[in-house]
Design a protein around this ligand. Structure first.
Ligand SMILES: NC(=O)c1ccc[n+]([C@@H]2O[C@H](COP(=O)([O-])OP(=O)(O)OC[C@H]3O[C@@H](n4cnc5c(N)ncnc54)[C@H](O)[C@@H]3O)[C@@H](O)[C@H]2O)c1
Length: 440
């Protein structure tokens, strides 16, 4: 089938590449000329395991093409996916300017029936707005007779395992008011359904809200565990034991129950703010989600306070090694990473940093700059003469480091672990001062 994906970021590029991999003819479109030129040369703008090889293969086999011209791309496409960013506006609501700009361009250039698919995370009612914008453009051109449908198809992939998530999604949600469109969407997704049908067809508004509700639920679990971690610290319980204890309950399950320095990334923070705003717009008074957001902010600062309790408020002269900058492992995405708030707060108190991340150094530099931070290509080098280590992203290689070597490199064997990677008792036995989250 012929597919155009507009927006070649984390979601758009993975979506387009996975559709091409199933034999479809795909155009990936972006306004970023540089990004498109690089993609044409096989240079991938993001770190996502397995993506580079898959892009190159599909490109070489002629199924995946890149362009900045939406007009060129949609000329023979049946599906046009919108996968552009929906960043938070000033009041926290999703800023739809990019989505609506694409809708306007679609209306300007389409010459035949297409199915416009909203893959960006968008508030309830966005499909109607996209439809209005396209219709207005068609009317302007005197081409109101060209038919089109608008579908909601929210994306649930996770950065770091995006390809696997797309190829073997838990579910594919198709929000539509039209049986014919549902059938065509099912046909497009059919190759991903070999192990059983995971497609859920529903009305457009429910599909739009499902995405926000899913992220809100997951973020709530994280904040719940972080609130419990504070209680554990106060009453002498161990959050890791509590996690095992509740996670083994089949009604609760084990996922998203990790206490730490809070959630970050390009989705949870902005989507929580956006759904709160949607609730308010409908005259409701959100209670749970403002608390989820508040706990998340506090959790980062509780980590900073822990450092201050041990080392004092004046951190001039202190050097911290930092292991992990990205908001989670297996990605270079720094959007709303806890490391940003933590490093900034400690930097204000005079601290300096020797930071390491396997893939996010470039993206981190763009956010945090060089002021007071030196970036290292080896995580052991980052420890040299450090007063303490801050472990902020749980990359696999940090799980079993050479602790003796660490002790020899550091000025003081002091670890603040924001991801509960080590056993506190064992750390004490081998001579570390070890502070983690919600554990005695
Ligand atoms: N990143 C994730 O893990 C994830 C997961 C699920 C859903 N989402 C949602 O998917 C959407 C996209 O997220 P992302 O992380 O891929 O964003 P991104 O910032 O990585 O990519 C967006 C791309 O769109 C391009 N763009 C902007 N305006 C354009 C236009 N008019 N025409 C063509 N291209 C344009 C940008 O240049 C950029 O390359 C968001 O709504 C996000 O909430 C993201």
């Amino acid at each position: 089938m012929k597919v155009t994906v507009v927006g070649s970021g984390y979601v758009g590029l993975v979506t387009g590449t996975c559709f091409a991999d199933m034999g479809n003819d795909v155009w990936c479109v972006d306004v970023d000329q540089n990004k498109i030129e690089n993609l044409k040369k096989g240079i991938i703008p993001i770190y996502e395991p397995g993506l580079e090889e898959m892009v190159k293969r599909n490109q070489q086999e002629g199924r995946l093409k890149f362009t900045t011209s939406l007009k060129e791309a949609i000329a023979d496409s049946l599906f046009v996916f919108i996968a552009v960013g929906t960043p938070p506006g000033e009041d926290g609501s999703a800023d739809l300017q990019y989505v609506l700009a694409v809708a306007e361009d679609i209306g300007k250039y389409m010459e035949k029936y297409i199915i416009v698919v909203n893959k960006s995370t968008v508030p309830v009612g966005t499909a109607d707005r996209v439809r209005e914008v396209i219709r207005a453009q068609l009317e302007k051109r005197g081409k109101s007779d060209i038919e089109f449908d608008v579908v909601s198809n929210p994306e649930f992939l996770k950065e770091g395992s995006a390809i696997e998530d797309f190829l073997r999604a838990d579910r594919v949600i198709i929000g539509t008011d039209n049986v014919r469109t549902a059938e065509l969407m099912k046909e497009l997704y059919d190759p991903f359904q070999r192990k059983g049908d995971k497609i859920l067809v529903m009305d457009i508004r429910s599909a739009e809200l499902t995405k926000y509700a899913a992220n809100a639920m997951l973020a709530t679990r994280i904040s719940f565990m972080n609130e419990m971690s504070a209680l554990c610290e106060a009453c002498g319980a161990d959050i890791e034991k509590v996690r095992e204890g509740i996670g083994s309950d089949s009604r609760i399950g084990r996922s998203f129950l990790y206490a730490g320095v809070g959630y970050g990334g390009s989705c949870f923070p902005k989507d929580i703010r956006a759904i709160i705003q949607i609730q308010k717009e409908y005259g409701l008074s959100p209670k749970i989600l403002p608390a989820v957001e508040e706990i998340n902010k506090q959790q980062r600062m509780r980590f900073v306070e822990k450092v201050v309790r041990v080392l004092g408020d004046d951190l001039r002269g202190y050097v911290f090694a930092v292991w992990g900058l990205a908001f989670k492992p297996q990605t270079d995405d720094m959007r709303e990473a806890p490391s940003i708030d933590i490093i900034r707060a400690l930097r204000e108190k005079g601290a300096r940093f020797q930071a390491y991340d396997p893939v996010a150094i470039q993206t981190a530099k763009a956010v945090l700059g060089d002021d007071g931070i030196e970036y290292f290509l080896s995580y052991y080098d980052a420890l040299a003469k450090a007063d303490a280590l801050l472990l902020l992203t749980e990359w696999h290689q940090f799980r079993k480091p050479d602790f003796e070597r660490m002790k020899n490199l550091m000025k003081r064997p002091l670890i603040f672990d924001g991801r509960n990677q080590y056993n506190p008792k064992k750390m004490r036995e081998i001579g570390f001062e070890y502070y983690c989250v919600g554990r005695p």
